[in-house]
Design a binder for this molecule. Structure first.
Ligand SMILES: [Zn+2]
Length: 240
């Protein structure tokens, strides 16, 4: 169920039951002439929707404006890069509220720039800082480290997991790239109306043509469906 659709009593029930909260995170970044600039958020949202077909989960509104470092273009190409510190503070404050809502298992699936990119590191840093700070917020004295406090604070300490959308169990067949064979196929399988391969021509950027056989031109909904199924299965097995 979508968090923003819930009534307060439904929110309480879900949190008390221990339902996982999925927090899609991505960015606006140019993805070649043929793909929606929001791909890296859209595909995570599509995967979350499909996980919800198998398991009881709550899906938070997405973080659409993650950092890009302008690695592949600027605003005129569709790429947005917020101030790092401001975005970090925003992320941390919302994650704190998710914990305060009572969610004990919070997952942030990320596809953009991998797990060592600024987007993933922003969420990881916020998660780690909250783990430690909220133990003190709970009134535990300095020198609190130990099994007793950690077990009591378990829902808060380490309760936020920042993970690759493509979990290791799903790869292969699923893989990553930038707007190439894999990402174009992911979008063709989930939101085909947001892809137009006829816009690919000789001017298409390097990342569209990284492999002579597997590239933006040869991407297909069929390959996308195989990857989506593997990714969803890995998440359902991990959460279930
Ligand atoms: Zn991408």
């Amino acid at each position: 169920m979508l968090l923003k659709h819930m009534h307060p009593d439904q929110l309480r029930e879900a949190a008390d039951r221990g339902d996982p909260l999925l927090v899609p995170a991505g960015c606006l970044e140019t993805h070649g002439p043929h793909m929606a600039i929001g791909h890296d958020t859209i595909i995570v949202e599509e995967i979350c929707d499909r996980i919800a077909e198998h398991l009881r989960v709550v899906i938070a509104p997405p973080f659409d404006y993650g950092n890009t470092g302008y690695a592949l273009g600027g605003p005129r190409d569709g790429t947005v890069d917020p101030d790092y510190n401001s975005f970090g503070l925003f992320v941390k404050s919302i994650l704190r509220n998710f914990i305060e809502m009572g969610f004990q298992r919070i997952f942030v699936p990320i596809v953009h720039q991998g797990m060592d990119g600024p987007l993933a590191l922003t969420f990881k840093r916020a998660a780690v800082e909250l783990s430690f700070e909220m133990v003190l917020d709970d009134g535990h004295p300095r020198g609190w480290w130990g099994d007793e406090v950690l077990s009591k604070s378990a829902p808060r300490f380490g309760g936020i997991k920042v993970l690759p959308m493509v979990l290791p169990a799903a790869s292969p067949p699923a893989g990553g790239d930038h707007a190439g064979y894999n990402e174009t196929s992911f979008l063709l399988a989930t939101r085909p109306e947001l892809v137009d391969q006829s816009k690919l021509d000789d001017n298409a950027p390097w990342y569209c043509r990284q492999d002579p056989e597997k590239n933006s031109w040869t991407a297909s909904a069929e390959h996308g469906r195989i990857m989506v199924d593997a990714v969803v299965k890995a998440w359902v097995e991990m959460l279930g």
